[in-house]
Structures are given as C-alpha cells and as structure tokens.
Design a protein around this ligand. Structure first.
Ligand code: ZN
Length: 319
C-alpha cells in the first residue's frame, strides 16, 4: 500500500482579473499572498498563491488568472464545487458581518453540526467558512486585515461534485486511506484516516453535465504526500488502475504528480518540501515575481507579456 495522505495540500482555480483576485483573497479574506509566479506550463499567465502567514501546506488556495474575454467556465460534474476554510466557531458572526459589509452575498447553514458560511469569490468560485473544532497547522499573519483570532485556519474540506459517487469514493477509500464518515442529505463525507488539517472530502452527486473548466472553476485539488517516493508508489497504483497519471513533476515549491480520478476531478499529490522559502525569505514572500531557474533567462520576455496587476494593499487589523 502507498502511504496515505493526511489531507489537502492546495486548491488551484481559474480567476479572471488578477488585481481583483488578489484584492479579494488578501484584503477581504485576509490571506497572505505567499507567492507571485507564473504558470510553468503557460508562462503568459500568473500563478498566485494565498495562504497563512508562512504559506503552510494545507492553507494555500492558488489561481491562474485568465484575462482573455469570454473564458467563463461552467460548473458541472467532475469539478470541485466548494472549497471550505476552517475558522474558529466564535468567528462565524464576525465573518458573516465582514463579508456582508464588503458586498458579498453570504448564506448561513449547518452541516454535520458545524456552522457554515457559503459565498462566492468575484469570479464565482464556491467558498465556505466552517466554524469547527478541527486540527489546524496555520500560522497567523501579523499584517492581515483580519484580527488573528478570526483568521482563516487552513482548509477544512472540499466538496467534489460528481455524476456518481461510487468510483470517486473508491479511490478515496481504497487508494488514499479515507473512511466514509457519514451522509447528510446527498452529501457523503470522507475523512483521511491520518485525520490532520484539511482531512475531509465531501462528495455530492449532481445531474449537471460535464462542466467546462475556465474562469470561475477549480482546476485541481492537491493532497499532501510525504515525499517523491510516496508519489512513485501512488503512480504505480494509478497505473494499475488504468488511470494514466502524469510523471513526477518539479513545481519548484513542491514535487507533484497528477491523475484524473474516475469522476473527472483532477487530483494532484504534492510534497511539503521545499516550500515557498525556496527562492525568497519568509518576510518577503509574494512581494515580487519569482521564476524557477529554468525560466529565469526568459524573465524580460515573460514580464512583458503578463497582464496588468496591482498588488493588494491590506491594512493590518492592529493599526
Ligand atoms: Zn497544483
């Protein structure tokens, strides 16, 4: 058996305007922009990472902002519908008010006994804040516009929408070490046996046809695995199942493999090392465009073709 995953590593989605994207995640949600780089596979597109104070695995939501007009995606089966961050149960009222004050349409509900705030980001990506007593590895960010006690504490869960729960559930339970924990309505909850932060995957069945992956949709969800050896073991299992995984890929801040699970959701498996301080000190994370060494020679050409971007300007909560 390959080593199981403790939980989520990051979630990557497609945004529209890069300035609006960064403003929402930093100025409204209070996350730190921990990396500003380009999509290694499409260097005319930024790749932004927003996370906790240190960019800890399990706290980072990342974006490819696509600025071409008419690239709006369509939700459907085989997609991540909602990405949920953990908050302190005492912070739910603060967030309901903060989001409403910034013009975000928020709905409040209860799920498996926890309070849930549901809303969308400016591009229509489904987000949730869940007030729960759950493990967190997050480090507060002192410059956040959100007071420390209310800051997002890393991922709590993702909700994947699939045409049929069974094939995806089988990958979770038989390959990745998740257990079926419960069902509420049409929501089937799975939790990693390791039970760390971000250890929940919820599956919901949808009648929607296959979605179209573009602006406003999630590109992939990444799970954490300890090292490249674990990735190589997983590759073998996916190959045996005929799932045609990628090879091992150097993503500069982590090493990754990719596989599309049978329900259509693109899964990535990523290592915690080397992390975001591989090319800039902790104090300066996200403050400039970083490029992996294999793209550094092309920096001038890459910078020239990137879209206009105004970095976010958060006002720290304690000022
Ligand atoms: Zn990724």
């Amino acid at each position: 058996m390959p080593p199981t995953t403790p939980g989520l590593h990051h979630v990557t989605a497609i945004a529209g305007d890069p300035t609006d994207n960064a403003a929402f995640y930093v100025e409204t949600l209070g996350l730190r922009m921990v990396k500003r780089t380009v999509n290694h596979d499409d260097t005319g597109t930024y790749h932004f990472y927003f996370g906790d104070g240190e960019g800890t695995p399990g706290t980072n939501i990342t974006f490819f902002p696509w600025t071409d007009a008419g690239r709006q995606g369509e939700f459907g089966a085989g997609q991540t519908r909602d990405t949920a961050y953990l908050i302190d149960p005492e912070a739910v009222d603060y967030w309901a008010e903060r989001l409403a004050d910034t013009g975000v349409d928020v709905s409040r509900s209860e799920r498996f006994g926890d309070e849930v705030l549901s809303f969308s980001d400016p591009d229509g990506i489904g987000l949730e804040l869940i007030g729960a007593d759950a493990p967190s590895d997050a480090t507060p960010w002192p410059d956040s516009p959100v007071p420390e006690e209310h800051q997002l504490r890393g991922f709590h869960a993702v909700t994947l929408a699939v045409a049929d729960v069974e094939p995806t559930a089988e990958i979770l339970t038989d390959v990745l070490g998740y257990d079926h924990e419960g069902t509420e309505g049409n929501r089937h909850r799975y939790r990693s046996e390791a039970g760390g932060p971000g250890s929940i995957v919820d599956l919901v069945e949808t009648d929607a046809g296959r979605g179209r992956m573009a602006v406003g949709t999630v590109h992939h969800v990444a799970f954490e695995v300890p090292d490249v050896e674990a990735e190589e073991q997983l590759l073998e299992v996916f190959e045996e199942r005929g799932l045609n995984p990628s090879g091992v890929i150097d993503r500069k801040y982590f090493t990754s493999i990719y596989v599309r699970e049978p329900g259509g959701v693109l899964f990535e498996f990523a290592t915690p090392a080397p992390g975001f301080t591989a090319d800039e000190p902790l104090a300066e994370l996200g403050s400039r465009l970083t490029l992996p060494e294999w793209l550094e020679d092309e920096r001038d050409a890459i910078e020239a073709q990137l879209p206009a971007f105004e970095p976010p300007e958060p006002t720290p909560a304690d000022e």
